[in-house]
Design a binder for this molecule. Structure first.
Ligand code: PAF
Length: 276
C-alpha cells in the first residue's frame, strides 16, 4: 500500500496505470467503505482511495472540527484488503487558493438533505470534480447510503460529460439493520439501541407501499410522528422517484424512501429503494 499526499506525486504514480477505479472518502473507514473498495477492485487493476475531510461541504454549525481523522487506522484497514493507493491530500493541496469556482448542483440538491444543509452538495460536487481531475479514474464507486449525493454525482458526470462510470453500491448494515456510517460512533449506547428505529420506519413504509396504492403524504407524516414520539428530531421523511429524486408522478414504480433525523446531537440518514 502506498500513501500519497500531493497531486503531483499522485499523477506521477498513476501515469503508468492502464485503468484506475476510485473510492472517494472522508476517512474513518468502516466495513461499508471497505466494501466500496472490494467493488472498485472488480473494475480496474489499480484502486485509489482518497481520504480528505472536505471543509467545503460542512456548514458553519456542523461537525467538521470533530469529524474523526484516523489516517493510520484507515491505512491499516485498507492494507489488509490488498493493494491500494491512498491519496490523502492536505487542505493546502486540495485548496491551494480560495475555491472561487464551484460546481452548481441541480435544483434537486436544494431539497431533502440540501434543504437542511445549504451549500452541502455544492461542496461535495466541487471536491468530487477536483478529485476526479486529480485521479482521472475510469470508474468511481459511491455508496447508496448517501443517495442524494450519488444522484448529484451522477448528474454532474452526465451533464459535464465526464469520461468515467459511476457505480452505486448497496448500503452495508449492522446485524440489527442500522446503516453503517462514520457518524454512528457519535451515538451513546442508548442512542445506538434506538438508532435502528430509523431503518424500521423505512422498512414499515416499504411494506405499506408494497401492499397497494397509498397516500404518500400520509405515510411520510405518520413516519415523522412516530419518530418524533420517540424523541427524534426529524428533518424529513420523503418518498421520491429513484431516477430523479422528484416527488413521484402517478404510476411511478421505482421509488426510494429517504429520511434524515437527529438522535441527540447525531444526524443520521438512511434510505430504502422500493420497486412496485
Ligand atoms: O461521501 C463522502 O464521504 C464525501 O461526501 C465525499 C464523496 C468523499 C466527498 O467529500
Amino acid at each position: 500500500m502506498q500513501v500519497i499526499h500531493t497531486v503531483s506525486e499522485l499523477r506521477q504514480r498513476l501515469s503508468t496505470e492502464a485503468s484506475v477505479a476510485f473510492v472517494p472518502t472522508m476517512g474513518n473507514l468502516h466495513a461499508g467503505h471497505l466494501d466500496l473498495v472490494r467493488i472498485a477492485r472488480q473494475h480496474a487493476s489499480c484502486v485509489v482511495v482518497s481520504i480528505f475531510v472536505n471543509p467545503l461541504q460542512f456548514g458553519a454549525n456542523e461537525d467538521f472540527g470533530k469529524y474523526p481523522r484516523t489516517l493510520q487506522a484507515d491505512c491499516d484497514k485498507l492494507a489488509a484488503t490488498g493493494e491500494v493507493i491512498v491519496f490523502a491530500p492536505g487542505e493546502a493541496d486540495m485548496y491551494p487558493q480560495p475555491q472561487q469556482i464551484t460546481v452548481e448542483p441541480p435544483p434537486i440538491a436544494q431539497e431533502l438533505c440540501g434543504a437542511f444543509r445549504p451549500g452541502h452538495f455544492r461542496g461535495v460536487a466541487t471536491v468530487v470534480l477536483k478529485l476526479f481531475n486529480m485521479v482521472q479514474p475510469q470508474v468511481a464507486v459511491f455508496g447508496k447510503k448517501d443517495y442524494q449525493q450519488l444522484h448529484v454525482v451522477r448528474q454532474m458526470t452526465a451533464q459535464l460529460n465526464l469520461a468515467l462510470e459511476i457505480v452505486g453500491a448497496e448500503t452495508l448494515r449492522a446485524a440489527d439493520g442500522l446503516a453503517l456510517s462514520s457518524r454512528n460512533q457519535y451515538l451513546s449506547a442508548a442512542e445506538r439501541t434506538e438508532a435502528v428505529f430509523l431503518y424500521q420506519t423505512l422498512t414499515n413504509m416499504r411494506k405499506s407501499l408494497q401492499n397497494g396504492p397509498q397516500d404518500y403524504a400520509k405515510l411520510e407524516h405518520d413516519a415523522v410522528v412516530a419518530l418524533s414520539a420517540r424523541g427524534w428530531q426529524v428533518d424529513y421523511v420523503a418518498i421520491r422517484a429513484q431516477s430523479s429524486l422528484a416527488v413521484p408522478v402517478p404510476g411511478e414504480r421505482e421509488l426510494v424512501v429517504l429520511a434524515a433525523a437527529r438522535l441527540g446531537a447525531t444526524r443520521l440518514i438512511d434510505n430504502l429503494e422500493v420497486c412496485l
